[in-house]
Design a protein around this ligand. Structure first.
Ligand code: GLN
Length: 500
């Protein structure tokens, strides 16, 4: 991460980023720019540096904020009409932590409305374009985040990953995208999509940068009951953590404290940051039988090539039989809309956001505001969600999906007894054409077949770039780790990058 210091001013870094953001306006990355505030903050950082004060681990680093994070700076839209206008009275914990270290929000970036989608085409503000081909999708839902990093406008961007929204756009744009273990980063102040799946994570061009962001942003938050006790960098004793802990003055978070014994996901026997087999981050890499079926030739080739490279580098490849994973997509598309339907019920046109005109009754306020304010994809999910939860169908759909989810969790746990990480593609195809799938929801959902399984089990996943198609489109693969193996997973990614 390039941070401001005596030779590079924060103001110049922010100005350069703003210029680039404007230069790439036709990619439709930003929903709003935070120009005035960003420059003001940059000036403050420069003054701190001049006074010899500590400006923070991310001093002057401009970043892109996915527009489903609340912050008192500007309005949050979640790329929807129904939140317009919405000025949040609070700031997300993750944003607070970044800003405390001197990071500067350059602007808010586009997403599929409420993070529902895999292409950023469901945005109320129109689609973001792919960084390598403007006729293709950016991926989604964090399309704006991925493209802002890929075009080198910012050094990092925030994202949320409920079923692949960080990893898939990262792989469509040739950058790293990390979804941590469920509960690692607080979701306080993040617009909820499906609460048993939602995770905050990051995009960057280097796993080292993501590691730093994880060190800064992970940790238990009393404002988010689903956060896990601090674990991210405890075993490895990252010195940067000591700095963070000292600054935050948070009790009970001293260096060297052991891994938490309570783990809401059930504990693995082994310390997840210590690989089963060697002193390196990993030795045995799992590949899932039949997971190479239905892939586009380019992805298949990149996947096979990576497996070969790993073998040549001395890693042992372990084939895993995971028959339950084929149910992950239908399970996800039952559980996720059920939670979406519940979370979106708060948008009723009463307290905040959009309210339809020509209202004649209370029902009208709800009905008209919701029908005019939500995008078609939001409404589809609300309807599916209410259907699978409704009496008479609950047992057949929601309950069955919840049981299948438990089997998927168990299958992953068993798999990680045989290997350190699992390698799979992120999506079956490289970035598809704008408009190609948006009117065919089923084919859009099918794009998520390889990205959603790990979300159901709360596991960390890292998308990393592995090359390009003949047409210059980016290709990515993902590494999946056991719960709370986040630090080791990023360490492994660094090792792989160094070996390339
Ligand atoms: N593409 C998936 C969906 O549409 C994932 C979205 C997400 O992770 N926010 O549900």
């Amino acid at each position: 991460m390039k941070i401001a210091d005596k030779t590079t001013s924060a103001v110049s870094m922010v100005k350069e980023a703003l210029e680039k953001a404007k230069q790439y306006e036709d990619y439709h990355i930003f929903v709003s720019l935070n120009e005035e505030n960003a420059l003001k903050k940059a000036k403050e950082i420069d003054e701190k540096i001049a006074r010899g004060e500590n400006p923070g681990l991310l001093a002057g680093v401009p970043y892109a904020l996915k527009d489903n994070f609340l912050s008192e700076e500007g309005n949050t839209t979640a790329s929807s009409k129904i939140l317009e206008p919405f000025h949040a009275p609070i700031t997300a914990t993750a944003v607070e932590k970044l800003e405390k270290e001197g990071a500067i929000m350059l602007g808010r970036v586009n997403l599929d409305s409420f993070a529902h989608g895999s292409s950023t085409e469901n945005s109320y503000f129109g689609p973001t374009k792919n960084s390598k081909d403007k006729t293709r999708v950016a991926g989604g839902s964090s399309g704006g985040s991925a493209v802002s990093v890929a075009l080198d406008i910012v050094q990092f961007a925030t994202g949320t990953d409920t079923g692949g929204s960080i990893r898939q756009p990262a792989s469509f744009n040739g950058v790293y995208g990390f979804k941590p273990t469920y509960g690692t980063i607080s979701r306080y102040g993040v617009v909820a999509m499906a609460s048993s799946l939602d995770c905050v994570g990051f995009f960057a061009s280097d796993p080292e940068d993501i590691d730093l962001l994880m060190t800064i942003c992970s940790g238990q938050d009393p404002k988010d009951q689903t956060t896990l006790p601090d674990f991210y960098d405890q075993q490895i004793g990252d010195p940067r953590r000591a700095i963070r802990v000292m600054r935050a003055g948070s009790p009970g978070a001293e260096l060297g404290e052991g891994a938490p014994s309570d783990d809401s996901w059930g504990s693995t026997q082994q310390d997840p940051n210590t690989p089963a087999t060697s002193q390196f981050a990993a030795q045995k890499i799992g590949i899932v039988k039949d997971f190479d079926k239905g892939l586009s030739p380019e992805i298949k080739q990149a996947y096979e090539q990576e497996i070969e490279t790993l073998k040549e580098q001395g890693y042992e490849i372990v084939e895993l039989d995971m028959p339950t994973l084929k149910y992950a997509l239908p399970v996800y598309y039952i559980i996720q809309p059920a939670e979406v339907a519940s979370n979106l019920s708060r948008h009723d046109g009463i307290r905040y956001g959009f309210r339809a005109e020509n209202i004649e009754s209370l029902e009208d306020i709800y009905g008209k505001s919701r029908s005019e304010g939500f995008m078609p994809e939001n409404k589809r999910r609300i309807m599916i969600g209410n259907f699978v939860l409704s009496s008479g169908f609950y047992d057949a759909y929601f309950l069955k999906a919840a049981k299948a989810r438990t089997l998927i969790i168990k299958e992953y746990d068993e798999a990680f007894e045989k290997c350190d990480f699992i390698l799979t593609p992120v999506s079956p195809n490289p970035a598809f054409k704008l408009g190609e799938k948006v009117s065919d929801p089923l084919s859009m959902y099918m794009e998520d077949v390889l990205s959603v399984p790990l979300n159901l089990a709360g596991l960390p996943g890292l998308a990393f770039p592995v090359g390009k198609t003949a047409d210059g489109l980016d290709l990515g693969l993902q590494l999946v780790g056991p719960r709370r193996s986040d630090k080791r997973l990023l360490t492994f990614a660094k090792e792989l990058k160094e070996q390339k």
